[in-house]
Structures are given as C-alpha cells and as structure tokens.
Write a protein that binds this ligand. Structure first.
Ligand SMILES: Nc1ncnc2c1ncn2[C@@H]1O[C@H](COP(=O)(O)OP(=O)(O)OP(=O)(O)O)[C@@H](O)[C@H]1O
Ligand SMILES: [Mg+2]
Length: 343
C-alpha cells in the first residue's frame, strides 16, 4: 500500500468534554480515544445525544473553550489542537480539517452566489487572482457533480436543490485541499436516492485524494456500506470499536446488538425489527457502573458497580462486563432466534 494511505492523520486520546449548564455538568464526551488514517473512513454511530457531534466539534475547536471543560489530546500534525490558539485553529479549519453538517443551507450565506462564496473561501487562505480562483471553483463544482457548473456558479443557495446544496458544501469543505473531512450526518436532511449519491461522492473524494473521513451517522446501514472502521458511542463513551467488517460479523456489545436489530440488515433480515427498550440516560446523572446497564438485556449483578473499560485487543474492542466467550455465544444465539424469543 502506498505510504499516504496508512499515514496516521489524527490521534485522539482520552478526550472528555464536560459542559456546565444550569442543571449540572453535562458529560457530553467522557474519555474517548481513536485514530484516523489517511484513506480511511471512520464511522461514528450512536443514538441521539451520545456525544457524536460534540466530539467532532471539539476536534475542530468549535466548542467554546471558556465555558466547556475539555481534557485529553487531539494530535494533528505533531501538535495538540486542544492547545492551539484561535488563529492556529482557524488555519487548521480552513486548510487541513474541514467539516460538513446536516443542514447544508446553514453553511451557505443566502445573499451571495455559491460561486462567489467558494472564491472567497480560496482567497481567505491563499493569495490568488479572482480569475484563477473562479476557474478552480467551476472545476470543483463540476467534480462534486453540479450540472452546468459554469452557469451554476452565479446561482444563489436557494436556487440549488438540497442535494446540490450539500454538494456545494462538500466543494466548500474541499476547496483548500484538506487532509481530513468530518461529515456530521451529511445526508440526514436529504431523500434516500440523494443520500446515496452524496455518500458515493464522499467515498470517491476520499479515494482520489487519500484523505481521512470521519462520518457521523445514526444509520448502521451507511456505516456498513462506506466505512472501514467504526466507533459505537453510548452516553459520551465508546462502547465498541473495531473494523467495520469485524463489528458487523461479530458485534461484541449488547448495545451494538440492539442497534443492529433495530435496522434492516442482511444479518438479521428474517426477524422483526425492534427498537432498543428505554431511553438514553441523562448525561448529568449517569447511571453508576456501565451507563447502558439499565437498558441491557444481559445485565447482571455488578454491571451497576464498576464502569467497564474497552478490552485490550487491538482490532476490535468492547466495553462490557460480560466475558468475551459469553458475548460471542449470546450473539450467535440471538442472531438465530426469532425476535420474540430473545426478549
Ligand atoms: N452547548 C451545549 N451545552 C450543553 N449541553 C450540550 C451542548 N451541546 C450539546 N450538549 C449536550 O451534549 C450531549 C451530546 O450532544 P451531541 O450533539 O454531541 O449528540 P449527538 O450524538 O451528536 O446527537 P444527535 O444524533 O442528535 O446529533 C447531549 O446531551 C446534548 O444535549
Ligand atoms: Mg449530532
């Protein structure tokens, strides 16, 4: 493999983001570690409120550091982004790591044409003539699949469809050749066919440019289709982490089992789909022990006492008190049994 495709781009260690509020401190992210390599798409999946967005925003320095309590390390290019100054972070955000969000319209200014905004984004970081920047923008709009890119240059965001707006946002994110793209639910607001096209586009870009992609999603089907590795988050922590193939073949955490059984996947297509019982916990008053234990169908005495750590294996880890052999056995049984019987 070429060296670029295995280069470590980002190393997050023990990142915690606690947000003081009037009701108490929200432990939005509570000690997560992962690495991202060039040419890799890392999926982050978990229910609403599990800390996916806050963890990504923190990497980019977009969480207010005056009010939030942030600890851990986010190593990019040899230095810790958590220690970076605001102006250093601005350089990183424009040039090195870029982010696209769920709502593409929110990232575009309504009063300027899409093309002009992209030209300005280039010129904010690079001293190039308008004409040159314009040529580059038209080329990029074409690359991200905007039809008649040259004519579309002068259109305003509201003249673009939702899918085209998201393509324009992707163009905006790529304009200064970043090494990392963070996509936070980039397709949630789009209809299914457009979703697939946007995901394909992100994949294509990742391959061509050998960048690293972090893809945040609710959707395990998306994770299976386009990621190489996956983090499963629950209540601000990673409960399972591994190669996508391994996690789908043999999920090791009861929460991941619940996620898999709640969506139509090949593995479990013959059974009824069902949601995970119960609701995610308050991140102010977390359950003792394993935060998932009140909802866990496998919980036993002790799960409410100590907090489980990720087990120490390199390629596929889970944070669960069940013995690994028991987990393997229970999953094998669950995937074979009809839905009702495993309740
Ligand atoms: N600025 C803030 N102040 C206080 N709490 C916050 C703030 N931003 C987020 N939170 C809380 O932090 C927790 C994690 O939020 P986050 O947005 O990261 O969740 P998420 O996993 O991205 O969810 P979703 O799937 O709904 O986007 C939630 O409980 C949220 O209410
Ligand atoms: Mg979010």
């Amino acid at each position: 493999m070429p060296e670029t495709s295995t280069a470590r781009l980002l190393e997050v260690s023990d990142l915690a983001v606690h947000l003081p509020t009037r009701d108490g401190v929200v432990k939005a992210v509570d000690g997560i570690s992962y690495t991202l390599n060039a040419g890799e798409t890392l999926g982050i999946v978990g229910e609403s409120g599990s800390g996916k967005s806050v963890s990504c925003l923190t990497v980019l320095g977009l969480i207010n550091r005056d009010s939030a309590q942030i600890s851990g390390r986010v190593i990019y290019d040899g230095s810790d982004l958590l220690e970076a100054t605001e102006s250093e972070l601005r350089m990183v955000r424009g040039n090195e790591i870029s982010m696209i969000f769920q709502d593409p319209f929110a990232g575009l200014h309504p009063l300027f044409s899409v093309g002009d905004q992209l030209v300005e984004a280039i010129r904010a970081h690079e001293d190039v003539k308008k004409r040159v920047a314009r040529e580059r923008v038209v080329e990029l709009l074409h690359e991200v699949g905007i039809p008649q890119a040259a004519e579309r240059f002068s259109s305003y965001p509201h003249e673009y469809s939702g899918g085209m707006q998201q393509r324009a946002m992707i163009a905006m994110a790529l304009i200064n050749n970043p090494r990392i793209l963070i996509a936070d639910e980039p397709t949630t607001a789009l209809d299914v066919t457009v979703q697939a096209q946007i995901l394909e586009l992100i994949e294509k870009i990742k391959e061509e440019l050998s960048i690293g992609v972090i893809l945040v999603t609710h959707d395990l089907g998306v994770v299976r289709d386009v990621t190489q590795n996956v983090l499963v988050m629950y209540a601000g922590r990673i409960v399972e982490h591994g190669s996508t193939a391994a996690v789908f073949a043999e999920p090791k955490h009861p929460y991941t089992w619940g996620l898999m059984e709640s969506i139509p996947l090949l593995e479990v297509e013959t059974r009824d789909l069902r949601a995970i019982d119960g609701a995610p916990p308050s991140l102010i008053h977390l359950p003792t022990g394993c935060a998932f234990h009140p909802r866990c169908t496998q919980a036993f005495e002790g799960c409410d006492k100590a907090r489980p750590e990720l087990d120490q294996t390199e390629h596929h880890q889970a944070a669960c008190h069940l013995a690994r052999t028991d987990r393997d056995r229970i999953w094998q049984e669950r995937r074979r049994r009809p839905a009702d019987a495993s309740r």
